[in-house]
Write a protein of this length. Structure first.
Length: 218
């Protein structure tokens, strides 16, 4: 199974120079946030496969203009092609509006923990999940030192309790040029979906093989 991961930066290689043959074997698409609605609509139309997304901290336009033809899994659990997907978008709270309200898609640690608790009965019912899809990383796992890019500590409870096959996040732009595409955290492969990346997963978990195909930026 091949999954196209996208996040944070619209790739000119895809948008301006789209080549359908490069994505002919993609099974579905995952967006980890901070991408224009038009770009996601373009992807789902041209590749003609489902696109599941979580929101990033800059995706305030989604409220009035959501990506057409795409499905939000932010704060949701879904099954697709035998995989169990859990979505949690947003970043750590770092700003407020004039009324001192938290902007959309920014959460305190306690607010994100509350979102996770709401999903816990569903996770138990389905005996865990295979892919954890977030915008922000977990604290201490490829996150940053500033408030905006600090990861959520409460995500560790999900990783340690359920040991998912893969965690996919955005927000970090692969360490803004200094990070890695993926790291291994316990037994979970943690991927930064920055720009775009093709992830291949075998359909048998005990024999799972994960590979990646980085594509050039234009």
């Amino acid at each position: 199974m091949k999954i196209l991961l996208v996040s944070d930066n619209e790739s000119r290689f895809i948008w301006d120079h789209f080549d359908a043959t490069r994505f002919a074997d993609i099974d579905f698409i995952i967006s980890c946030g901070d991408l224009k609605s038009e770009y996601l609509s373009f992807l789902v139309t041209m590749i003609n496969k489902p696109l599941f997304f979580v929101t990033g901290n800059h995706d305030t336009e989604y409220g009035r203009k959501p990506p057409e033809g795409c499905e939000s899994i932010d704060g949701r659990f879904i099954r697709y092609k035998g995989l169990r997907l859990l979505g949690l978008g947003g970043s750590m709270k770092y700003g407020s509006d004039r009324n001192k309200c938290i902007p959309p898609y920014q959460y305190t640690e306690s607010q994100m923990a509350k979102r996770i608790r709401k999903l816990t009965p569903t996770i138990f019912w389905h005996k865990g999940f295979d892919l954890l899809i977030t915008h922000s990383p977990a604290e201490g796992v490829c996150d940053g030192a500033d408030v905006c890019h600090t990861g959520f500590r409460c995500l560790h409870a999900l990783l340690e309790r359920w040991n998912p096959l893969v965690m996919i996040h955005g927000h970090m732009h692969m360490g803004f040029g200094k990070g890695k595409r993926y790291v291994l955290h316990n037994e979970t492969r943690v991927y930064d979906a920055f720009e775009y990346h093709v992830l291949e997963i075998s359909d048998t978990r005990p024999l799972a093989v994960l590979t990646g195909q980085n594509q050039p930026s234009a």
